[in-house]
Design a protein around this ligand. Structure first.
Ligand code: F3S
Length: 778
């Protein structure tokens, strides 16, 4: 492989961030030689902690990286939303660091309810969640983390406007973080514990994703928007089709899309389970950087792309696009010219129907023909382009004397976009038409919608939204509300029609004077003619250097926040005297272990949220839900017995069946059992992410070598480990068994397997990953 001469000194001509990227990229090229790379690979591999180690281990000498290599990555920054930031920051605080080693931000968006309109809702949201916002703001000040107050905007929109930079890699504590891929920024959604690892400077691990290419040709027609591209793709791929893949868009059609349109497409890559999604840099990316007052970033991109390269022919320059001839694991071709508007739902984002077939489908499926509300905006679709296209429709309808026939709600993605739309008259157009502008927050998108209309639970009703998710109950908590996802333009047309079977491309509405009105094709502007406004000063970013004199605001009597104590380290011996708390049968998902819904309020209070631990698990011995028996035979709920045992100093384990911990990456599902005294989980198999999460919190996940041994262990049995301590001190090498003492005094020896790596053995011995990382940082 070639090593460029005088590289380090010449690269210093680049801004520091790109100098780092470029240096790593050169190393990637040195290791991989002339291999053609996709854009996602270029950016991702250029963030490796140790390029050679990651790219050459398990990979047939670098030729078979995807799906095989364990990438240890150094992200450039971390973005957190208010719900998940609480536990992330509480964990970060246990590390005793003066500030994170990489920049980070907090965005207060999830906790604000949509009810009457922006001002009223924001005031009451701030009152109700005051202690959480105070905590987040004070932590931001103490540790020098950017703090975006409630009303400043929704995380993904704010990140796109301020932090996304082509070539960066970010982690976000929200599944729609990949939104920033619209500006060629690799952004991956993670749980709080992963975010904290990055904040303390530990490399973040990811199995090298496969790359799914989507080749775009043609150009969108009048009524079609980037949203329709991802709605269509979701139908093709289904909700699991993108799992363990990065979706990378390429081809001539890419150049016809706006930057915010590309962000919409990347945002909803989460709906097909993709690790993240990415677009190359286009002219639109530069226009967006300039309109968001980041001319320098635009110049930096151009400088990097013009910078003389490593001397290898195909990468003489770093281009924000895939190498010519780069191979994708799969390619899907989409001709934008042939795309039509789509409607996805209800209840799942991959049930995709072209608009021209939607009326027929509604009638066949007997979905409601009457619409009950239309909602546009959110982190997914509140761009200047989206809103001005809708504005053109609203104005035309207004001139014809028409108003929306049902509630019409608009959620701006940020104060910047809202104030710009206000300046340019768009907000006034919406309000004159009777639209309700909600606060710049998640609101109805995440169940924070107090509906003021008369929709009854138990009676199916239909809403159209331009959001990204439509699981049952997600918007108004009503399981009978069918949410159909569509572009803001189609949602608006349906809201004026008050019907789910309307097709604005072919159908007409009756005006008050009896004439037929057909919507003209929507027309908007990609961005404002003068740069974006920054909006109200009271909603502006609070950004400052770390200040160790600030104390983090947590009231000792708070029900929603509680400081975390670091978990104690593993004893210097095997574990003895554990008891089986409960033996579980059937599915045990992360929802079973830590339920969501009303419990979300306690996300920052580990003792309080622990009261839901395993509360929907089924007791294998009695068939009861949420029942466990103490040694004296008394019956308790599972969390109550765990709490009693914790108080008595009795450590415990749980025995379960297959795929324990399937579902989400919810860290509370590992934190809560650990807090209550779990040392081991023994089951027939684990869901991979949860198994890793357990180890990070110091709980040892063990699988039964013989599945039939499940029958040998009962609730209340006493358990000691044999060989576990030795395995841990040997960096994960060695056999482990469980010595199970039955109530009648009989003993059985149960062989178990583990998947504990050297790093993870260190986490468990230290008590948790954070214990170890904070020790290393001191
Ligand atoms: Fe918020 Fe909904 Fe987006 S919850 S972050 S607006 S997906």
């Amino acid at each position: 492989a070639l090593r460029p001469r005088h590289f380090a000194s010449t690269a210093a001509a680049l801004p520091p961030t790109y100098e780092k990227l470029y240096n790593k990229y050169t190393e990637v090229r040195r290791v991989l030689g002339k291999q053609r790379l996709t854009l996602a690979e270029k950016i991702l591999y250029s963030h490796l902690d140790n390029v050679e180690d990651s790219l050459l281990s398990n990979t047939n000498n670098g030729r078979d990286i995807r799906g095989k290599a364990n990438l240890k990555l150094n992200p450039d920054r971390v973005n957190m939303q208010d719900a998940s930031a609480q536990m992330a920051l509480l964990q970060f605080m246990t590390c005793n660091l003066p500030s994170p080693v990489i920049p980070a931000s907090i965005h207060c968006d999830h906790l604000i309810v949509g009810e009457h309109g922006a001002d009223e809702d924001l005031t009451s949201g701030i009152q109700i969640n005051k202690e959480v916002f105070d905590f987040l703001e004070s932590a931001g000040k103490k540790y020098g983390i950017d703090f975006w107050p409630p009303g400043a905007g929704i995380i993904h929109q704010t990140v796109l406007e301020n932090y996304a930079v082509p070539g960066f890699m970010m982690l976000g504590t929200d599944s729609h973080s990949p939104n920033a891929g619209g500006l060629s920024t690799i952004t991956i959604g993670v749980g709080g514990a992963d975010a904290v690892e990055a904040l303390v400077g530990a490399p973040w691990e990811l199995k090298a994703p496969k790359i799914l290419g989507v080749r775009l040709t043609g150009q969108l027609n009048d009524w079609v928007s980037p949203k329709d591209l991802i709605l269509h793709l979701a139908g093709l791929l289904t909700v699991r089709g993108g799992t363990n893949h990065i979706i990378e868009y390429f081809g001539p059609g890419v150049d016809t899309l706006s930057c915010t349109g590309m962000a919409t497409v990347c945002n909803m890559g989460a709906e097909v389970g993709a690790t993240t999604s990415l677009f190359p840099v286009t002219e639109a990316s530069h226009r967006y950087l300039k309109s968001t007052r980041r001319e320098q970033a635009s110049r930096n991109v151009a400088l990097l792309e013009s910078f003389p390269g490593t001397g290898l022919a195909q990468d003489a320059y770093f281009k924000f696009a895939a190498d010519e001839g780069a191979q994708y694991d799969q390619v899907i071709d989409i001709n934008l010219s042939e795309l039509e508007p789509h409607v996805n739902g209800p209840f799942t984002p991959d049930l995709s129907t072209p608009l021209s077939k939607f009326k027929e489908t509604v009638q066949q499926e007997q979905w409601p023909e009457k619409l009950s509300a239309g909602l546009i905006g959110s982190c997914t679709n509140s761009s200047y382009e989206d809103m001005t296209r809708v504005e053109s429709m609203v104005k035309a309808a207004e001139q014809a004397g028409l108003k929306p026939a049902v509630g019409f709600y608009i959620t701006p993605g940020s104060e910047s976009i809202r104030s710009t739309l206000e300046r340019d008259g768009t907000i006034e157009t919406f309000e004159n038409a009777g639209g309700v502008v909600l606060s710049n927050a998640c609101g109805p998108c995440i169940g924070q919608w107090k509906r003021q209309d008369t929709v009854e639970k138990g009676v199916p009703n239909a809403i159209f939204t331009s959001y990204n998710r439509n699981f049952r109950g997600r918007n108004d908590g009503n399981p009978d509300t069918m949410n159909f996802l569509a572009s803001p333009e189609i949602v608006t047309a349906m809201a004026f029609a008050g019907s789910t079977t309307f097709n604005p491309m072919t159908d007409t509405l009756k005006t008050p004077d009896g004439k037929d009105f057909r919507f003209p094709a929507p027309k908007g502007l990609e961005g404002p003619q003068t740069p974006f406004e920054s909006g109200k000063a009271s909603l502006a970013l609070i950004s400052q250097a770390p200040d160790s004199s600030v104390s983090v605001a947590i009231s000792p009597s708070s029900e929603r926040l509680a400081l975390l104590e670091p978990f104690p380290p593993f004893p210097n011996s095997d574990l003895t005297g554990l008891r089986v708390l409960v033996k579980i049968t059937g599915k045990c998902t992360t929802d079973t272990i830590s339920a969501a819904g009303p419990w979300l309020k306690y996300k920052g209070h580990l003792p309080n949220i622990s009261a839901n631990t395993l509360q929907t698990a089924v007791n294998a011995e009695t068939g009861e839900v949420n029942a466990a028996y103490d040694l004296d035979g008394s019956r308790h709920t599972i969390p109550d017995l765990a709490k009693r045992w914790k108080a008595a100093g009795q450590d415990w384990l749980v025995v379960a069946e297959h795929n324990y911990g399937e579902g989400s990456a919810r860290e509370h599902a590992a934190l809560q059992p650990r807090y209550l005294g779990a040392r081991i989980i023994v089951c027939k198999s684990f869901a991979r992410i949860h198994e890793t999460n357990l180890k990070k919190q110091g709980v040892v996940p063990l699988t039964l070598e013989n599945e039939g041994d499940y029958d040998l262990i009962s609730a209340g049995d006493e358990v000691a480990t044999v060989g576990l301590y030795e395995m841990l001190v040997n960096g994960g090498r060695g056999d482990v068994k469980l010595r199970v003492t039955k109530k009648d005094g009989g003993e059985v020896l149960v062989p178990v397997k583990h998947a504990v790596s050297e790093d993870q053995a260190g986490f468990i011995l230290a008590g948790s990953a954070l214990n170890l990382l904070s020790k290393r940082n001191q």
